[in-house]
Design a binder for this molecule. Structure first.
Ligand SMILES: *Cc1c(COP(=O)(O)O)cnc(C)c1O
Length: 455
C-alpha cells in the first residue's frame, strides 16, 4: 500500500545530492561526529524530529496575523484559547522550547534532595532535575526490556515500582509521565497507565505531570492499540490525557509542528504564580514567554492540525514503512514501531564490532557515507560509561541508531532511498569499520566528541 499523505507540496527546498568522495571528506572534517556536519553536506536528515517539520499554508497564514504587541497580544489570547481547549489547564505559559518549561517548573517544584519519578526522563528533563539539586528516578515497565516483543505499551511506567517508591519515600516532588517515551524507542503510554499512575500520585499527595512533547502521536497509538479507545478520535484521547494530569511541560517543536516553541501548562494557582515570576525573569512576559506573536499563531494552528487522524495515520505509516524496509533488508528495529522514529538494532547487525567500537555509531556513519543520510547513535557512545581517555568501561544495554522522521517533510521516495541505502550496507555488514574516540569531553559528550575509524 502506498502512503497516502493527506496534503500536497506547495513550496520546495532543494536537498544536496553529493558523491561518496565528498561525504568521506565532510565526515572526516567533522571528526566523524554527525552533529558537526553542515546541512549542505546532508541529503536526508533524520537526526531529529524536533523543529524540523514543514509548516502548512494555514500556519504560514496564521503567522501573518502575528500580533507583536509586548503585553496582551491578540496572538497570545489565540494561543491560550487553543491550548486551554485542548488541555483544560487554566494557566498556559508559552516558553521558547520544552527545556525552558522544565527548568521553570522544577525550580518552582523541586527542592534540593527531592526526587522526580518518571517512566523515563528525557535527557534535558533529567539535566533540569539535577540542576535544581533533585534526583531523577526512571521506572520503565518491564515489557520495555525486550526490544523484540510486540507488547503495545512499552512506554508505561511500572506501577508497582511507583507505588513502592511513593510509599517508602517522603521526598518525591513530582511524578512525570513522558508521552511518548522518547528515551525508550518512542513507545506509547496507555491511558490505563496514565490514569493509574495519576491515582497513585494523588493518593500520596504528589503532583502528577505529563511531558507531552508527542501527545498526538501517543493518542494515535492509543486509538490503534488500547481496548476501549478504538472509537475515540486522537483529539479525544489527547484531551482526556491532559485532563488526568495537574499540568504539563511540552516541547512544541514536535507535536505543534513548528520550528520553535514550548508550553508550561498548570492548574494550581500558587504554583502558577511562582512559575510566572520565573518566566518573566528568564523567558519573557507571561503573554509571549520568549516567542514572537508570529510563533504563537503558528503553533496554535499546528496544535489544531496535529490531531487530524489522516495526518497521524500517514505519519505512522511512513515510519512503519521505513521499519519494514529495514526488516526486509535483515535489519531489526525496536518493536513495535512507534511514530516519530525507527530505532535500528545496530548491535545485532554489526556483530563483528564489540561495544567498545561503537556499533551504533558505526552504522550511523555508514548511512552517511553510503547515502548522505544523517541520524543519531543511541548506544554506548551516548549512554555507556567511559573512562578519562575515552575507553568504554560499561556498555549501554543496546546499540541502537535512531532514524527520526521529520513531520510532513520527506516523501515515500526519500524513505525508499533510506531503505535501499540500508539494504546495501546490510549485504556486507562485516565491511563496516568500528570507531574509537579521539576527543571525549565530560559534559554532553555526544554533541562534542570526535572519533576516527579503527583501521
Ligand atoms: C524534545 C524533548 C524535550 C525537550 O524539548 P526542547 O524543545 O528540545 O527543549 C523534552 N522531553 C521530550 C520527551 C522531548 O522529546
Amino acid at each position: 500500500m502506498p502512503i497516502m499523505e493527506p496534503y500536497r507540496i506547495k513550496v520546495v527546498e532543494p536537498i544536496p545530492i553529493t558523491t561518496r568522495a565528498h561525504r568521506e571528506r565532510a565526515l572526516a572534517a567533522a571528526g566523524y561526529n554527525p552533529f558537526n556536519l553542515a546541512a549542505t553536506d546532508v541529503t536526508i536528515d533524520l537526526l531529529s524530529d524536533s523543529g524540523t517539520g514543514a509548516l502548512s499554508a494555514e500556519q504560514q497564514a496564521a503567522g501573518m496575523r502575528g500580533d507583536e504587541t509586548y503585553a496582551g497580544a491578540r496572538s497570545y489570547h489565540r494561543f491560550h484559547d487553543v491550548v486551554s481547549e485542548l488541555t483544560g489547564y487554566p494557566y498556559a505559559f508559552p516558553v521558547h522550547q520544552g527545556r525552558a518549561a522544565e527548568r521553570i517548573l522544577f525550580t518552582a517544584l523541586i527542592k534540593p534532595g527531592q526526587i522526580s519519578v518518571s517512566n523515563t526522563h528525557f535527557d534535558t528533563t533529567r539535566a533540569n532535575v539535577e540542576i535544581v539539586g533533585g534526583e531523577a528516578v526512571d521506572l520503565p515497565c518491564r515489557a520495555a526490556d525486550d526490544l523484540d516483543s510486540d507488547a503495545p505499551f512499552k512506554g508505561d511506567i511500572d506501577l508497582e515500582a511507583l507505588e513502592a517508591v511513593l510509599s517508602s519515600r517522603r521526598d518525591v516532588a513530582v511524578v512525570l509521565i513522558t508521552i511518548t517515551n522518547n528515551g525508550f524507542g518512542g513507545q506509547p503510554v496507555s491511558m490505563g497507565n496514565i490514569k493509574a499512575a495519576g491515582e497513585i500520585a494523588r493518593r500520596h499527595g504528589v503532583p502528577f505531570f505529563l511531558d507531552a512533547a508527542r501527545f498526538a502521536e501517543n493518542a494515535w497509538l492509543v486509538t490503534q492499540r488500547e481496548p476501549g479507545y478504538e472509537n475515540h478520535t486522537p483529539r479525544q484521547v489527547a484531551e482526556e490525557a491532559f485532563r488526568l494530569s495537574d499540568g504539563c511541560v511540552a516541547s512544541l517543536k514536535k507535536d505543534a509542528i513548528v520550528h520553535i516553541g514550548g508550553l508550561l501548562g498548570l492548574r494550581d494557582p500558587e504554583l502558577a504564580a511562582k512559575c510566572e515570576s520565573l518566566l518573566i525573569a528568564t523567558e519573557g512576559f507571561r503573554t509571549y514567554g520568549g516567542l514572537s506573536g508570529r510563533d504563537l499563531e503558528m503553533l496554535a494552528q499546528g496544535l489544531r492540525e496535529v490531531t487530524d487522524p489522516e495526518y497521524l495515520r500517514a505519519r505512522a505509516d511512513a515510519t512503519s514503512y521505513v521499519a519494514s524496509l529495514a526488516a526486509a533488508a535483515g535489519v531489526d528495529s525496536v518493536r513495535p514501531t512507534g511514530v516519530h522514529a525507527v530505532y535500528l538494532n545496530a548491535g545485532r547487525l554489526l556483530t563483528h564490532l564489540p561495544p567498545s567500537q561503537f556499533p551504533g555509531f558505526a552504522l550511523a556513519s555508514e548511512l552517511y557515507l553510503a547515502g548522505g543520510i544523517r541520524c543519531a547513535e543511541l548506544g554506548s557512545l551516548y549512554l555507556g560509561e567511559l573512562d578519562d581517555v575515552g575507553e568504554l568501561l560499561k556498555p549501554a544495554p543496546y546499540e541502537l541508531v535512531r532514524l527520526a522522521i521529520p513531520r510532513r517533510v520527506y516523501t515515500q521516495s526519500h524513505l525508499e532511498y533510506v531503505g535501499e541505502t540500508l539494504a546495501e550496507i546490510a549485504k556486507e555488514p562485516e565491511r563496516v569499520p568500528g570507531y574509537r574516540l579521539t576527543h571525549a569531553p565530560k559534559l554532553l559528550r555526544h554533541f562534542n566528541c570526535k572519533l576516527a575509524p579503527v583501521v
